[in-house]
Design a protein around this ligand. Structure first.
Ligand code: PXP
Length: 243
């Protein structure tokens, strides 16, 4: 696959983290969506967490109205979230594990342990024509278990890759490449994300058959200095050229 075509899903959670720190009406989600899309975002991603620390329920409904590209709603596999997704009907839903005290999504879904619930939610969302993806570790056994749930997409957790350097990072990159190859051979569409930034994104974006990267924190952080549009554009450039 031509790496020019690797899609960028821009995660706007942390624009809303700033709003929720003071419960102000700003920064405005609609404006953020429009700027990200104008800069070339192929999709807008947001995580409705159970503790509502950044994205709120109303944001999800508003985003569905405003987004022109496609919406990816990240959520835990709870009945509450399932009902919200069925009301909102985003194009894509990414099922993630969630622990209340974590800073961010730590680790991938345990698809083997929660197999029944994941199958249930995948089937309910798929019936509503929502593309379901499972956020998992780049582990061949977990990929096999994911394929069995009927979810058409997986998102590989790049957190370990992002948090190490040197030889360790090379090994982790190889693990992700092997995972993409294996998942593709099973007919799964493969996305990736978590901890990706301007200096580590290129090797991941250049993996053959990578479909989409979902990136948030680094883009919103860079936007403080260059603005959101420029931050999204720069990320696109890093994904395609690596420079
Ligand atoms: N993909 C998933 C499934 C996530 O949970 C997150 C974090 O919300 C991201 C991508 C984006 O991670 P980051 O903010 O580190 O770019």
């Amino acid at each position: 696959m031509d790496n020019q075509k690797v899609r960028l899903g821009v995660n706007l959670d942390h624009v809303m983290t700033i709003r929720q720190a003071r419960f102000t009406p700003y920064p405005d989600l609609k404006q953020a969506i429009q700027l990200a899309e104008r800069a070339g975002a192929d999709g807008i991603t947001m995580h409705l967490r159970e503790d509502r620390r950044h994205i709120q329920d109303d944001d999800v409904y508003l985003a569905k109205q405003v987004i022109q590209s496609s919406m990816n709603l990240e959520m835990a596999a709870t009945k509450e979230m399932q009902d919200i997704a069925l009301n909102v009907k985003p194009e894509n839903c990414c099922i993630v594990p969630e622990h209340r005290q974590e800073l961010t999504t730590e680790g991938g879904l345990d698809v083997v342990k929660h197999n029944e619930r994941i199958k249930e939610i995948t089937s309910a969302l798929s019936e509503a024509n929502i593309n379901v993806s499972l956020f998992i570790e780049p582990d061949l056994q977990v990929i096999d278990a994911s394929a069995e749930t009927g979810a058409p997409v997986i998102e590989l957790h790049t957190g370990t890759y992002a948090s190490c350097v040197g030889e360790k990072q090379k090994l982790e990159l190889k693990r992700i490449k092997d995972a993409v190859k294996h998942a593709t051979s099973l007919g799964l569409v493969v996305n990736a994300g978590h901890g990706l930034h301007y200096d580590n994104v290129s090797p991941i974006a250049n993996i053959e058959n990578m479909y989409e990267l979902n990136i948030g924190h680094s883009i919103v952080a860079h936007a403080l200095f260059v603005g959101l549009e420029a931050a999204v554009r720069e990320m696109r450039e890093k994904m395609t050229t690596g420079t």
